[in-house]
Design a protein around this ligand. Structure first.
Ligand SMILES: [Zn+2]
Ligand SMILES: [Zn+2]
Ligand SMILES: [Zn+2]
Length: 758
């Protein structure tokens, strides 16, 4: 019997070869009707034999194109119309509350790569080769539905050959929106340091020559600019450091293939899969000693951030000549990554020796993602290109919310139904340009996702610019404002991505977050579910002398602990630490602490790590966030099992963890000349020990057996692996963040879920 069905498919179904895929299936089953990209996803109508349509629906789910992802299929039976053929209709926007998922940018596929290096192919060495299975997506999309006119490819008119591929159903480029070739598509050009075009040369080959000579280039990538130089050239790397005013912060590297990366890094199996994954993130790998890579790429760091090429342009650039190129974001300090040709020339004049540009615009800028393997699984340090705008899928629907995130490593998020869409990495909002980027990204994401929430969620911190923004637009547009405690957002972020049911013991270890008592929290034990939380324990409060300044100068926190423990007899401790600075500085600090001048109380776990790192002589001042802690972690050794004594005690309703004994025993060790590696490892072991033992105590009282871990401190691999495994040994169900970062980049997800569940 003949029937007619209307089918709506939601998920990542636009720009991934879905319509051609359906067209082929329709031919196979001899169905008639039409298909259209709509703001619901894809809408199909088919007429044909009932059995055939049944099989057709089955095949859709099984034979899906590689980049497509189906979230939902809705089928309606309708009266017959008598369609004669099957049409691919022009996309239209219709008013309805649907949701189209946009694909992230995908690295060049195998087929395109083969064509790129095949002299017989008409796209031989064309730097913008792409097809339905690969290429730019999120970074070029201006609106939905995903059609060429709504991307930054609109200004390029396809030549006859490209057009015929685009229209031929069996072609790999059938309806591939960024389809292009040397005749009709984007072009690369080379500019000198003054921004003047260099004519008469092959731009990429010429750029390679410059790089070999030790020059620094600004190179346009997929989501923004990179500053590039030869990673084996000390002189060039040093110059780049000077320009970027980065003393020690590691630079990311790009190599042509795995064999090259193996020359300077150790790679585990799980890391290979990540390096080769189609998102092509920067993977933090253990560096080999004495490789050809300049030691200035990542001084005093045991890791290197490495990625494989992800665009055809990268492949052409890396081919043959370099062991690795430094490919660091083209920006300064906390400013967002540069993405506009004109702006980059203005801002980087005097920094870059040349500019390798192309004339396709980047619409949504997007930094490289950064990941690391911890406990055999991927952990995000930064979730951006290659992953955004994929949603986190919850197990139940929540209300529509705009969550504006924290202050540092900011991301925003939008929610609808079971989906939460965290934005790309936006950065530190204290920079004026980043704040603009933040506001612009909210508008762009709202437009692409067609979500316009009536609820805005923000942090409890009164001074965060994101909080102020939420208050402002809340008032302006009459939105409901929901303020959420920082560490509660961390824990719910972890619960949401893991689809945890019920309550958990939440352990949030990070740098700083505003507490309900107006102190600075950061070493917190919470009992939490999606409806609310209570604080059950924390690291004991100590003064943070100098406030913000103490974050950049870990010695201040070390002194604060020692002074609180030893009082004025601190000066009798014959420690290197005490001798390193002049005593007038210490007296000033004592005065600040005694008189409570700019010395807010904090329970921050990050500051505890800072203090120990300074005390044992790793670093008194830092030049990038977390530096002292990263360098201390690098010293930890697997074989050392000892730890220090610790104490937690019940005070009222709270468990307080007292680190006094830890400091006393470290001081004793220091006096006995125990080496740094042993000190560092014993300290890490101790933090794992008190964390696990307090969780056991809380379980006894609450019967809760689930633990959710979050906060920036969990980027520490040595510590995280110990805590996770020891908790598991004690029989806990342990949840860890793998879909959004455990750092403040994951806050917006937690905020959205809390506000949307109310
Ligand atoms: Zn391809
Ligand atoms: Zn063409
Ligand atoms: Zn945080």
């Amino acid at each position: 019997m003949k029937i007619r069905e209307n089918i709506i498919i939601r998920g990542i179904v636009q720009g991934v070869g879905f319509r051609p895929f359906i067209h082929k299936l329709v031919r196979h089953y001899n169905l008639s009707g039409w298909i259209i990209n709509s703001n619901q996803g894809v809408e199909i109508e088919v007429e044909g034999e009932e059995e055939e349509i049944k099989d057709f629906l089955k095949d859709i789910k099984i034979k899906l194109p590689p980049l497509a992802r189906i979230e939902e299929i809705e089928v309606k039976l309708l009266p017959l119309i008598g369609y004669q053929d099957f049409l691919i209709k022009k996309s239209e926007i219709r008013k309805s509350n649907g949701l189209v998922l946009v694909s992230p940018d995908i690295c060049i596929c195998k087929d395109c790569l083969e064509e790129l290096f095949n002299p017989q192919d008409r796209r031989f060495r064309y730097p913008f080769i792409n097809c339905t299975n690969c290429g730019p997506r999120f970074t070029i999309i201006q609106d939905i539905p995903y059609d060429r006119e709504k991307t930054t490819m609109q200004k390029f008119r396809m030549c006859t050959s490209c057009k015929s591929e685009y229209e031929t159903i069996d072609n790999r480029r059938y309806h591939a929106q960024p389809n292009a070739c040397n005749l009709c598509g984007p072009q690369v050009s080379l500019y000198n340091r003054k921004g003047r075009k260099i004519e008469g040369t092959e731009p990429i080959e010429e750029a390679k020559k410059y790089l070999k000579e030790g020059k620094i280039g600004a190179i346009k990538g997929l989501g923004g600019f990179h500053l590039a130089c030869d990673a084996t050239n000390n002189q060039a790397v040093l110059r780049l450091r000077d320009f970027k005013k980065r003393e020690d912060k590691p630079f990311a590297l790009m190599s042509f293939n795995l064999e090259q990366i193996r020359q300077y890094c150790l790679i585990e199996e799980a890391e290979i899969a990540l390096l080769e994954s189609r998102a092509r993130p920067i993977v933090l790998l253990k560096k080999k000693e004495n490789s050809r890579i300049s030691p200035l790429v990542a001084p005093r760091n045991q890791c290197l951030g490495v990625m494989l090429p992800y665009t055809p342009l990268h492949y052409l650039l890396l081919q043959g000549d370099f062991l690795a190129l430094v490919m660091t974001s083209g920006n300064f300090g906390d400013e967002p990554i540069l993405f506009d040709n004109q702006e980059v020339v203005e801002k980087l004049e005097g920094v870059a020796d040349f500019f390798l540009l192309y004339n396709r615009e980047i619409f949504n800028r997007c930094d490289d993602s950064v990941v690391k393997i911890i406990n055999q699984e991927m952990v995000f340090f930064r979730r951006s290109r290659g992953y955004v705008p994929e949603p986190i899928v919850l197990d139940k629907e929540i209300k529509e919310v705009l969550a504006v995130g924290g202050e540092l490593k900011n991301t925003i998020a939008l929610s609808q139904g079971r989906y939460v869409f965290p934005s790309q990495y936006l950065g530190n909002l204290q920079s004026a340009d980043t704040y603009e980027f933040f506001k612009e990204s909210i508008q762009k994401l709202k437009r692409i996702l067609k979500i316009n929430p009536r609820i805005v969620a923000c942090d409890l911190h009164p001074d965060y610019l994101s909080t102020k923004y939420a208050e402002e637009i809340g008032k302006q547009k009459g939105l409901e404002i929901v303020k959420i405690q920082h560490h509660y957002a961390h824990i719910v972020s972890c619960m949401a991505e893991n689809r945890v049911k019920g309550r958990v013991i939440g352990v949030a270890y990070d740098g700083a977050g505003w507490g309900e008592d107006n102190y600075i929290w950061g070493g917190e034990f919470l009992l939490a579910d999606f409806q609310g939380y209570s604080r059950i324990g924390h690291l004991k409060y100590f003064p943070l002398p100098g406030g913000e300044k103490a974050i950049k100068e870990p010695w201040r926190m070390a002194y604060s602990y020692l002074y609180s423990i030893y009082g004025s007899s601190i000066h009798q401790l014959s420690l290197d630490f005490i001798q390193r600075n002049n005593s007038s500085l210490y007296h000033l600090l004592e005065k600040m602490i005694d008189q409570q001048i700019n010395s807010p109380l904090t329970s921050s776990c990050g500051r505890l790590f800072d203090a120990v790192a300074s005390l044992i002589g790793i670093r008194d001042k830092i030049s990038y966030e977390g530096q002292a802690v990263i360098e201390m972690e690098a010293l930890c050794q697997e074989g050392i099992k000892e730890g220090y004594s610790y104490l937690w005690e019940r005070v009222g309703n709270l468990f307080l963890i007292s680190p006094e004994d830890i400091f006393r025993e470290i001081v004793t060790d220091l006096k006995q000349g125990v080496n740094q590696a042993i000190l560092a490892t014993k300290f890490h072991n101790t933090v794992a020990n008190f964390t696990v033992s307090l969780c056991v105590k809380i379980r006894e009282e609450t019967q809760l057996n689930q633990v959710a871990l979050s906060g920036g401190v969990f980027q520490n691999r040595y510590l995280s692996e110990r805590i996770i495994n020891q908790l598991k040994e004690k029989g806990f169900q342990v949840y860890f963040q793998r879909k959004v970062p455990p750092n403040d980049g994951g806050i917006s997800l937690g905020q959205a879920v809390i506000a949307g569940s109310k």
